[in-house]
Write a protein that binds this ligand. Structure first.
Ligand code: F3S
Length: 396
């Protein structure tokens, strides 16, 4: 990979040890993937935040970076993925102080480097949406696939260390989805059944499981909303290496292509098979969990509308970003939900957090991604319903 004189200086340590370590990560990555050069990035989403994932070793790795003087490059906006618990209301959620303290150490390390503690997988709805064609370095597969497909920004699926390195250097290796030629669809998918509500997350999961690697060009989807696309991409990326899809007549780059050579058809039977595989419980859940990916303000409004004047009979946990929660509080939405007995949290992801520590065994949710990971990560049984039916289940 070609480096400029300034980049060589960083690699030689003339910009400090932290920047040197970050540059070494980027150069190793660029060499592995055959990148020709480094390109500047404007926004970085850093993953690897939950204590459950990082543990003490991961925390020390970050604190070493801080000691080495690593700082986010001027001009780069670096945001953070969800943590394992709500940074303020952890006790209300049911987490113990010891875990919250360990989690806070990780957040402190990131913020000391200049990373904004946004703690959300919805940066694009929390004030940090990139523009069409903008080069960014985002980690967290659901927001990566959303940025590439729905917005038309350009990012590879970064890992925690490579995103952190990109934030510090302000650049990322130029390969993969940063290169226009690599954004061409590789398989054409015809959807021959009606898709609505929770089907989107399950359909995405089915496509991810079937295609595994490549870029689908999808035909047959009628007017999915941006919320539908959020769940669709999250389900797909959870189960594959896919970081970009095109939908005919919907996503911004689809107009550049007519289809793709590989062909695949998805009908009622394939969708049902997806539900059968993801639903690991048949009966009721002990908790209803909505917020994987984090809930948007529109979804919170809808949930408040469904709950208004009623009382939940089961624990209803809703998760969003702190920025969206602030807006929801100003609109009076959280007050309506809380009056009905629902709980609204920010910052956390119960999938990568320690949901098992809350005593949950069976959970009802609306997300293909959550249904994919929860049984694997936390040994929690899952049933998928639409958002509306999840709320009904909480009220029953
Ligand atoms: Fe977000 Fe966690 Fe789901 S990071 S997409 S809430 S697994």
């Amino acid at each position: 990979m070609h480096l400029t004189k300034g980049e060589e200086d960083v690699l030689e340590g003339r910009a400090g040890k932290g920047a040197q370590k970050a540059m070494r990560i980027l150069v190793a990555l660029g060499d592995i993937y055959g990148a020709d050069s480094l390109i500047p990035v404007s926004k970085v989403q850093v993953s690897g935040v939950s204590y459950k994932n990082l543990g003490d070793e991961g925390t020390t790795f970050l604190e070493e970076f801080v000691k080495d003087g690593a700082q986010v490059k001027d001009g780069v906006v670096a945001t953070l993925n969800p943590s394992g618990n709500d940074l303020i209301d952890w006790a209300k959620t049911g987490f113990k102080e010891d875990l919250a303290r360990k989690q806070q150490r990780i957040i402190d390390a990131y913020t000391s480097m200049g990373i904004l503690p946004t703690c959300t997988c919805l940066p694009y709805e929390s004030g940090f949406q990139p523009n069409y064609g903008e080069h960014i370095a985002w980690a967290e597969s659901s927001c990566v696939i959303y940025a590439n497909s729905v917005i038309g920004a350009r990012t590879n699926r970064e890992g925690g260390p490579s995103a952190l390195a990109a934030a510090i250097v302000g650049k990322t290796p130029n390969y993969g989805l940063h290169v226009a030629l690599n954004r061409k669809p590789t398989v054409e998918v015809k959807v021959e059944t009606e898709i609505k509500e929770a089907d989107y997350g399950v359909l995405g999961w089915v496509l991810g499981k079937t295609i595994k690697k490549g870029i689908p060009y999808i035909k047959g989807l009628k007017k999915p909303s941006k919320t539908d696309l959020k769940y669709f991409g999250a389900g797909m990326a959870a189960n594959s290496e896919i970081g970009l899809y095109h939908i005919e007549g919907i996503t911004p780059e689809a107009k550049n292509y007519k289809g793709a050579d590989g062909k695949l058809t998805i009908g009622k039977a394939e969708l049902k098979d997806g539900y059968d595989k993801l639903n690991t419980i048949k009966g009721e859940g002990d908790m209803i969990y909505l917020g994987c990916p984090h809930l948007s303000i529109e979804e919170l409004r809808e949930i408040a509308r469904l709950l208004k004047g009623k009382k939940v009979k089961k624990r209803l946990v809703l998760v969003t970003s702190r920025i969206i929660k602030g807006n929801a509080m100003r609109e009076g939405i959280t007050q309506v939900i809380e009056k009905a007995g629902g709980e609204v949290y920010a910052d956390m992801c119960l999938v990568i957090g320690s949901i098992e520590k809350l005593g949950v065994k069976n959970l009802v949710t609306n997300t293909g991604k959550g249904a994919h990971y929860l049984p694997r990560y936390a040994n929690v049984g899952v049933k998928i319903l639409s958002t509306r039916d999840c709320v009904k289940e909480a009220l029953r």
